[in-house]
Write a protein that binds this ligand. Structure first.
Ligand SMILES: [Fe+2]
Ligand SMILES: [Fe+2]
Length: 457
């Protein structure tokens, strides 16, 4: 464990590049009104008024390019376009909930280090903005689901897919961890482990935010969804949090994962931004969700700049990571690749995982009033969409290529990452239609068997 003081190891030059970028971003962000516009758009949103328009390019639709899409009616195609929007932003909201917690945890570390006042103000502002974004995404999602699915929109689905879904989650078994009740380990124990093994100079840089929770007698929130809610099981979520809150290095590493999420988002949100501009230039009606996407992307461009700055440059101002911190960072990054970047969806554009995890929601869409298929017809179209090669897969290869190139460029400079992470090895190997067809077929067969059993029981 290192014992030198991170504050005295390297003097931060005034007006350094990092400082200039931070100050400029904060100044521009505080002067912007994109969040306020999003709040207004949400307030005035009515599904009825937006239901006849596409909410983005047609190819950003669930099932686009599959045989089912070819034979769908215009109304169904519009619904699939709306459902893509709400699905993507539902996932975005979950990952932004991670950012709300970890922005505060890591801001508490930068505050403890001192000298990063503007950066901390920017992070607080970003946290407020994420709250507004999440609220807007949930409101539009709720109204859309209610309009398209009617009374069944919020009923709990029967757990047909428990086997398939559980294999996508990390468990103590797959980690080969001793059979302890990790959840009940006291927060104090996680804190001690994190502090002892990190480069944070003992308690010196422990997050002021986490300390304030402790003083108020409040527990550390557990994250179970979003990118970081999935990379570790719920029982280890607090360890991840105390890690991010224990040293400047680990605080900075959080922004590498946030940068990954920013890039995943930008890969499809950029298309909404272009769509907005085209509609605007031609004087056409701009549906509210397209405008929300447009202003969200403008807000997120500030966040992306900060994620990039901290993850690529700022971490160099602090002590080098300990072996433990390197291991944790690489394990989290590796798991992030496995979860969100290791496959190629045939039905969800710009989504890079196999479709097993989506089978249940896809089944519900086809059984809903939007299609009103019976069980056998639903299974027929699911089989064709997931297990047969079609244009949807080929279109997704293009999204994959664009993101892979951007990610390799972004993470190459992070010299503490293992080559498989720096070069996005898992993501690269997922780029195969054949491999994904095989994986989808396995999950489809499992789903088919389970749903038949349920149908006959
Ligand atoms: Fe956001
Ligand atoms: Fe953000």
């Amino acid at each position: 464990m290192t014992t030198t003081n991170a504050k005295t190891v390297k003097a931060i030059p005034l007006n350094s590049k990092n400082e200039i970028v931070t100050n400029t971003t904060y100044r521009n962000n505080i002067a912007s009104n994109y969040t306020e516009i999003i709040e207004q758009l949400e307030k005035n949103f009515s599904y009825e008024e937006n239901k006849n328009e596409y909410w983005g390019p047609v190819e950003l639709s669930i099932f686009y390019g599959s045989p089912l899409y070819e034979q769908a009616s215009e109304t169904q195609k519009i619904a699939l376009n709306h459902l893509y929007w709400i699905t993507q932003y539902n996932q975005t909201a979950a990952t932004e909930a991670n950012a709300v917690l970890y922005n505060q945890v890591t801001e508490g570390v930068f505050n403890a280090v001192g000298g990063y006042d503007i950066l901390c103000k920017e992070l607080s502002l970003e946290t407020e903005q994420e709250h507004a974004h999440m609220h807007a995404f949930h409101s539009v999602g709720y109204a859309t689901r209610k309009a398209l699915f009617g009374n069944t929109a919020f009923s709990r689905p029967k757990p047909i897919l428990s086997k398939i879904n559980s294999k996508h989650r990390l468990t103590n078994i797959s980690l080969n961890l001793p059979n302890l009740n990790w959840e009940n380990l006291k927060e104090d124990a996680w804190k001690r482990i994190s502090i002892q093994l990190s480069s944070g100079n003992g308690k010196q840089f422990y997050s002021e935010y986490l300390l304030s929770l402790e003083q108020m007698g409040r527990r550390i929130p557990v994250q179970t969804s979003g990118l970081l809610g999935q990379v570790v099981p719920a029982s280890l979520s607090k360890l991840l949090t105390t890690n991010f809150g224990s040293s400047p290095f680990s605080a900075c590493f959080f922004y590498a994962t946030r940068y990954m999420a920013n890039m995943l988002l930008k890969n499809w949100e950029q298309r909404y931004l272009q769509h907005y501009k085209q509609l605007d230039q031609s004087g056409s009606i701009i549906p509210a969700p397209v405008a929300i996407s447009y202003y969200h992307m403008l807000d997120e461009s500030f966040h992306t700049t900060i994620s990039q700055l901290i993850s690529q440059d700022l971490y160099k101002e602090f002590n080098k990571p300990t072996l433990y911190e390197q291991l944790m960072a690489n394990a989290v990054f590796y798991r992030g690749q496995e979860l969100l970047l290791s496959g190629l969806s045939g039905v969800m554009p710009s989504t890079f995982r196999n479709d097993g995890v989506f089978l249940q929601p896809l089944y519900r869409i086809l059984r809903s009033p939007v299609f009103d298929f019976d069980h056998d017809t639903t299974m027929h179209w699911l089989q064709r969409a997931l297990c047969e090669e079609h244009d949807g897969y080929h279109m997704n290869l293009k999204h994959h290529h664009r993101l892979l190139t951007a990610m390799k460029h972004a993470f190459q400079p992070l010299n503490y990452l293992w080559p498989v992470n720096r070069q996005l090895g898992i993501m690269s190997s997922g780029c195969s239609i054949m491999r994904n067809l095989q994986a989808n077929k396995k999950d489809y067969d499992l789903f088919s068997k389970s749903s038949n059993q349920m149908k006959n029981s």
